[in-house]
Design a protein around this ligand. Structure first.
Ligand code: ADP
Length: 306
């Protein structure tokens, strides 16, 4: 049983290896490697233009890579038999035909993918569109379109779910609904990859984050791991303190008029400052928001690229 479960887990992963995608001469994705595991919500984070959608389109076989591979359930998407039963995706909520009803659209999707008609009613209920099932999609709000897009993704009851910026333009109730849905899909043992350019949103949703900027990987870590921002310290003589902390193995960088220190505890920093006769004005462990961590990570790459 355990072995079967482990084998299934390996099958349900998304594996991106050395992926490179160019548009003309411009690199959209640059030797990107990461894996997305079942049972977790993995946030795919990066500023606009980082290469998130491109990566997702390659995973879904909508673009071909210039180099590297993107496997889903152990194969390239195009090699999956009946892919809607393995992978559900929400890329662009605006792509359903406006003249169809929600039920009509889902019935057509079910029919063309060999999925039992009964699933249509089930997913309409699951996404809260029962009351609007027989209305034309053309009159739907953005939130209703997102729900319909998600209904389509869930139709084949797939193990792997890929959502590109699903909360864009939603009201707080819709955002909470999508967040709860992703959490429950992961709790069911499914593989959930969701992109966002908002770190704050991911903090509430994701167990694990893959951060990219300029098409390159800059972090692949459990969400909890990103919360440890080191120690913020301010001193009368900042330069002298930075030298002293580096001499004792601290990783030090300037931040907001003070120093951000990693690799030394707050207590140790206090002792070293005292021993060196440097007066401290502030000594704050952690103390940074995820948003700031994200800005620092992505800013570092932007700086390197220029
Ligand atoms: P993100 O989803 O992180 O906002 P994208 O994957 O959409 O980023 O874009 C990554 C880069 O690739 C951007 O510089 C974007 O302008 C470029 N790009 C994306 N799609 C195309 C395309 N079809 N043709 C040309 N350039 C593109």
């Amino acid at each position: 049983m355990e072995t079967a479960r482990a084998a299934r887990d390996a099958e349900d992963m998304i594996e991106v290896t050395g992926l490179t995608k160019r548009y003309g001469g411009a690199l959209a994705v640059d030797e990107l490697t990461f894996a997305v595991k079942p049972g977790l919500v993995t946030g795919f984070l990066g500023p606009n233009g980082a290469g998130k959608s491109t990566t997702m389109r390659v995973i879904l076989g909508l673009e071909s890579p210039d180099e590297g591979t993107a496997l889903v359930c152990g194969r390239p998407y195009a090699g999956l038999r009946r892919p809607m039963l393995r992978v559900g995706a929400l890329l662009d909520a605006g792509n359903a035909h406006g003249g169809r009803t929600a039920r009509g659209h889902l019935s057509w999707l079910a029919r063309s993918n060999g999925i039992d008609r009964r699933r249509v009613g089930e997913v309409l209920t699951e996404v809260g569109l029962d009351g609007a099932a027989d209305r034309r999609i053309g009159g739907f709000s953005l939130g209703m379109r997102q729900r319909l897009g998600i209904a389509g993704a869930l139709l084949g009851d797939p193990e792997v779910l890929i959502f590109d910026e699903p909360v864009n333009g939603l009201d707080p109730e819709g955002i909470r609904w999508i967040r709860d849905l992703m959490r429950s899909m992961a709790a069911d043992g499914r593989t959930v990859l969701v992109s966002s350019h908002l770190m704050g949103e991911m903090a509430l949703t994701a167990d694990h984050v893959v951060v990219i900027a300029g098409g390159r990987l800059i972090a692949d870590a459990p969400m909890a791991g990103l919360r440890h921002g080191g120690v913020l310290v301010r001193a009368a003589d900042r330069q002298a303190l930075a030298r002293e902390l580096r001499r004792h193995g601290g990783e030090v960088r300037d931040e907001d008029g003070g120093l951000r220190v990693r690799g030394l505890s707050a207590a140790r920093i206090g002792e070293l400052a005292l021993a060196a006769g440097i007066a401290l004005r502030e000594l704050t462990p952690g103390g940074r928001s995820l948003e700031e961590t994200f800005m620092e990570l992505t800013g570092a790459v932007a700086g390197r690229a220029s």
